[in-house]
Design a protein around this ligand. Structure first.
Ligand SMILES: Cc1cc2nc3c(=O)[nH]c(=O)nc-3n(C[C@H](O)[C@H](O)[C@H](O)COP(=O)(O)OP(=O)(O)OC[C@H]3O[C@@H](n4cnc5c(N)ncnc54)[C@H](O)[C@@H]3O)c2cc1C
Ligand SMILES: *[C@@H]1O[C@H](CO)[C@@H](O)[C@H](O)[C@H]1NC(C)=O
Ligand SMILES: *[C@@H]1O[C@H](CO)[C@@H](O)[C@H](O)[C@H]1NC(C)=O
Ligand SMILES: *[C@@H]1O[C@H](CO)[C@@H](O)[C@H](O)[C@H]1NC(C)=O
Length: 505
């Protein structure tokens, strides 16, 4: 669709001056004839960030864009799937499931909550710190007191972090923070309770996570919006929220599905995207919304390679993994609460259980799911489904020693970490990720290549609302660029030096 010609460097020099129409790919000595430029902006990836970026451009009067998405639908990590035996099938959420934080009084509202209301998403308030059934390696075991204590310990962790911030002290891991604030979990029950507060939210361990950023992120979502967690049980899928939003403004020609980006060529004058089938698309700007994990795994080739400051930022942030393993049984034999916690001798081994067969959720569904994270997720992704199912059945027999556990009717989990379109679930801020790295992760490369997604959000990394606000904010900057006839974009830090005080203000 595009026509390449070869030219001598001399001709390159003469053709490129002052012209947007002849972008030059450094080192390749090729001139791209972009008389058939495909769009002003190519939006790479059709998750929440990509769709909201497109909507924002549209609102700014820019409709000459194309969303390029590898999957057959828009939605990204809002991924719903039908699950269950014939005659008892239900839509379950493999990816994002909660609106996390709603609104307090007239304070700031979570934009995802606004969308959920707008599109009438059916949700259930999930009080996951209320009644939680507890089990350990000996069966049912009441350690509610340990559980309640772990909530206080997490509060101590976040408040002590807050005390460090005004004094501009440097960061440490959340494990150091826990230790300094007096929490040193030793028993399997204490470790499981801590896991529920920490790993289950961040998709990573306290050792892998920044103390200050985790405390700050927690406050930004749950104290600024609210402590409420609304679980989507919408049988159209939670993804309806973004798909309905998209269909309200998108035209057919503005989306290309089933199209995988293989390479991104950037010059000072424009961007050329090569799809895996060899098709090329040219534009003035590209907005890359691929997950941090995709960028880390070199699934997409950047030509020229991304600058050093960008690569350093990409590899300093971390990608957590959060895996929900679904089981459907012929009848319900488990706890009456929504949530249960299982303390294994091994921290992180099938710890958090959720029943969907519950009033207000999906009664009669026979569906139970267990969540694992981080290394344990990566471990089970390398195993067969049957082997994982076998381990889970043995844990259930431990939790319910006097019950004959029926064979599951259906079993499924999504392998997020191995998936080349995701490479994990959501980003997590490690202690070695400095404020300057954050600036660089978000910054554009040259004037042409921009980045947005949950991982570029300083306040709300990891969350749907982070993807939303970044899609919007970065698209506003691109729109300003287009309306202004060009721009430099965001500043970056060329060389990140040793630990400036943490800047999270
Ligand atoms: C298991 C799980 C549970 C979660 N739970 C919650 C929750 O309860 N609440 C919450 O707020 N957040 C949750 N999240 C996080 C939330 O889903 C993400 O923050 C958000 O969806 C990210 O949106 P995004 O647009 O930044 O990225 P994505 O949704 O990843 O969008 C990027 C798009 O790019 C596409 N793509 C990737 N590579 C290519 C390529 N080479 N060519 C073309 N297209 C490509 C992908 O298919 C994808 O559609 C969860 C995530 C997971 C995985
Ligand atoms: C919203 O959803 C509820 C149930 O999920 C349904 O009863 C109601 O009619 C819906 N309202 C609209 C406006 O679609
Ligand atoms: C988080 O909020 C609590 C309560 O307002 C506060 O005590 C703490 O300092 C805050 N922590 C951070 C890191 O902002
Ligand atoms: C299981 O059965 C044994 C023997 O009857 C009994 O002692 C034990 O309390 C039961 N455990 C549970 C969890 O019901």
């Amino acid at each position: 669709m595009l026509h390449w010609t070869y030219a001598s460097p001399l001709i390159l020099l003469t053709t490129c001056i002052g012209s947007l129409a002849f972008p030059i790919l450094p080192g390749t000595q090729r001139v791209l004839d972009v008389k058939q430029k495909d769009a002003q902006v190519l939006i790479l990836g059709g998750g929440v960030a990509g769709v909201i970026a497109a909507r924002t451009l549209h609102e700014q009067g820019i409709d000459d864009f194309i969303i390029i998405e590898a999957r057959p639908e828009l939605s990204g990590r809002m991924m719903s799937r039908e699950f269950g035996a014939a005659g008892n099938r239900w839509m379950v959420e493999l990816g994002a499931n909660w609106v996390q934080g709603t609104q307090t009084g007239n304070g700031p509202a979570n934009p995802i909550w606004d969308l959920a209301k707008k599109h009438n998403i059916s949700m259930h308030s999930n009080d996951y710190f209320g009644r939680v059934a507890t089990y350990d390696y000996s069966g049912p075991s009441d350690f509610e007191d340990v559980f309640q204590e772990s909530i206080k310990n997490f509060d101590k962790l976040t408040s002590l972090a807050g005390a460090r911030v005004p004094k501009r002290l440097v960061d440490m891991t959340a494990r150091s923070g826990y230790s300094l604030s007096g929490t040193r979990p030793d028993s399997p029950q204490e470790r499981a309770a801590e896991y529920y507060q920490f790993d289950w939210e961040f998709g990573a361990t306290p050792e892998e996570t920044s103390w200050l950023a985790s405390a700050w992120a927690h406050n930004r979502t749950f104290r600024e919006f609210s402590h409420e967690n609304l679980l989507s049980i919408d049988q159209r899928g939670f993804k309806t929220l973004i798909q309905e939003e998209a269909s309200a403004f998108l035209d057919e020609g503005q989306v290309t599905l089933d199209s995988t980006v293989a390479a991104i060529h950037t010059t000072k004058q424009g961007v050329v995207i090569t799809l895996s089938d060899g098709i090329e698309l040219a534009a003035d700007y590209a907005l890359c919304t691929f997950s941090l994990g995709v960028l880390q795994h070199d699934d997409v080739e950047f030509v020229p390679p991304l600058p050093g400051w960008k690569q350093e930022a990409i590899h300093s942030m971390a990608m957590g993994t959060y895996t929900k393993i679904f089981l459907q049984f012929p009848h319900k034999f488990w706890f009456d609460t929504e949530m249960a916690l299982y303390a294994d001798h091994e921290r992180g081994r099938y710890p958090v259980w959720q029943s969907l067969d519950h009033d207000g959720l999906l009664p009669g569904s026979g569906i139970l799911f267990v969540t694992v994270t981080g290394d344990f997720s990566r471990r089970i992704e390398s195993m067969t489904d049957l082997a994982v199912q076998g381990e889970i059945m043995s844990v259930l027999r431990t939790m319910f020693p006097n019950t004959t556990i029926p064979a599951p009717l259906d079993f499924y989990f999504q392998r997020w970490h191995s998936d080349p379109l995701f490479r994990g679930s959501y980003s997590n801020w490690p202690a070695n990720f400095l404020s300057e790295h954050q600036v660089n992760l978000r910054a554009n490369v040259e004037e042409r290549l921009w980045f947005a997604g949950e991982a570029t959000s300083k306040k709300h990394f990891g969350y749907l609302h982070g993807a939303y606000s970044e899609g919007r904010e970065i698209a506003l900057m691109i729109a300003e660029c287009i309306h202004g006839g060009g721009c430099l974009g965001l500043e970056h830090v060329e060389r990140v030096r040793n630990a400036l005080p943490y800047d999270i203000a």
